[in-house]
Design a protein around this ligand. Structure first.
Ligand SMILES: C[S@@+](CC[C@H](N)C(=O)[O-])C[C@H]1O[C@@H](n2cnc3c(N)ncnc32)[C@H](O)[C@@H]1O
Length: 229
């Protein structure tokens, strides 16, 4: 019974038409019960994203400081500059902290979701009222993140694929973007073709682009991409 109600609440959020006022109102009301509700609905997406980040971190030598020097050390998870875009109540940040990330910034459109994230005491810097559909550099005053996560945000009724361009702008060259997009969103927005376009322009290299279980029985495309220029 309860699960039915939660599922419809999530589905309801898909009908917000990318309207910022409606999104703010919706998440204002949902913020205080969001963590419990999505836990009951088996929201796997943050965990899938962290597993992909760990896989990437352990496999690749390219988690290196900007201006790589010959003898340079691989960036440790604790010194990586991470941005959690559309951080919500901080579920992704909490998992990032569990695996050793220590420099985590976050932002969200919703003040109430950010207020919940603040209570987790994980993020060094948290900003509310930041809109991912608008240029981010001015809004967050940084553009050199080693890793940018954006989970549950490029979804129906929320943020169009343009959001990915905004994420790239604040990722350092050779840094990584990790995001997910629900299967229906991928189809409706032709999101794979959008990603191919960015790769053809030489802006991004896609290292992982596969469907995984995201919540309940619903699938999402999980993307790990490296900024090339
Ligand atoms: C489903 S929640 C995901 C939150 C968190 N990343 C997680 O995985 O639990 C979607 C979040 O996207 C935020 N959001 C929606 N539109 C946005 C926009 N244009 N700019 C920034 N954040 C936005 C909402 O406020 C909400 O916190």
């Amino acid at each position: 019974m309860r699960e039915e109600k939660i599922t419809s609440k999530i589905k309801e959020s898909w009908a917000l038409g990318e309207d910022r006022r409606k999104l703010k109102d919706y998440y204002q009301k949902w913020a205080s019960s969001y963590d419990d509700d999505v836990a009951r609905e088996q929201y796997f997406a943050p965990k899938v994203a962290i597993d992909l980040i760990l896989e990437l971190y352990h496999q690749r030598d390219s988690f290196r400081q900007p201006n790589d020097q010959v003898k340079e050390q691989k960036v440790s998870l604790s010194t990586m500059k991470v941005l959690d875009a559309g951080c919500g109540t901080g579920l992704v940040g909490a998992l990032l902290a569990q695996v050793g990330a220590r420099q985590i910034s976050g932002f969200d459109l919703s003040a109430e979701m950010v207020a919940q994230a603040k209570q987790k005491n994980i993020y060094d810097k948290l900003l509310e009222g930041v809109d991912i559909t608008q240029p981010l550099v001015d809004q967050i005053d940084a553009s050199d993140f080693d890793l940018v996560t954006c989970i549950g945000v490029l979804t129906q009724g929320h943020v169009p694929p343009l959001g990915l361009d905004r994420l790239i702008e604040v990722t350092r060259v050779n840094g990584y973007v990790v995001l997910n997009a629900r299967d229906t969103y991928v189809r409706e927005h032709d999101f794979k073709a959008y990603c191919d376009g960015l790769q053809d322009e030489g802006r991004l290299k896609f290292l992982h682009c596969e469907y995984h279980l995201s919540s309940g029985d619903s699938q999402a495309l999980f993307v790990v991409a490296q900024r090339l220029k």
